[in-house]
Design a protein around this ligand. Structure first.
Ligand code: 4NP
Length: 150
């Protein structure tokens, strides 16, 4: 799960997906990172923490870290929140296989439509509610997809 700061969207995506994966009985390594190191070591934004707690997901222990090239070998899927995040991750890919792991997270819900998860950082709290719903829908699709492959 990759966004810009790794303090709003991708920590929410990590928490939401971990919760859905645990409930489904699937075993998977889920993590998140930012394309910047601006907030490295910081806990998620208070507004992200709050909305996740409201829906029963505790992301308070997460800490921001930058995306690195090693992530291409550690993970099978790299899901970017918006096109800028995807572009920045793709710029670090060294092989066609690495490039093939990268997509927009909302492709899981609306394939081919290039839907972005909007950055809620500058707006009012409403943005976080919308982001939560989008990410929960995407996480639900991903768990269903993995479940079918098993
Ligand atoms: P995120 O949100 O990419 O969803 O974690 C942002 C967090 C911080 C900044 C931008 C977006 N920032 O400019 O510091």
């Amino acid at each position: 799960m990759v966004c810009l700061g790794n303090i709003c969207r991708s920590p929410m995506a990590e928490g939401i997906l971990k919760k859905r994966i645990a409930a489904s009985g699937i075993q998977a390594l889920v993590d998140s990172a930012g394309t910047s190191a601006w907030h490295q070591g910081e806990a998620p934004d208070e507004r992200a923490i709050e909305i996740c707690l409201k829906y029963g997901t505790d992301i308070r222990k997460q800490r921001s870290r930058p995306f690195t090239r090693d992530d291409f070998s550690r993970f099978d899927m790299i899901l970017a929140m918006d096109r800028e995040n995807r572009r920045n991750v793709l710029a670090l890919a060294r092989t066609p296989e690495e490039r093939s792991k990268v997509s927009l997270i909302m492709e899981l819900v609306h394939p081919g439509r290039e839907v972005e998860v909007p950055d809620p950082w500058y707006g009012n709290g409403d943005g976080f509610e919308r982001v939560y719903r989008m990410l929960d829908e995407a996480a639900g699709c991903l768990v269903a997809e993995i479940g079918q492959q098993k």
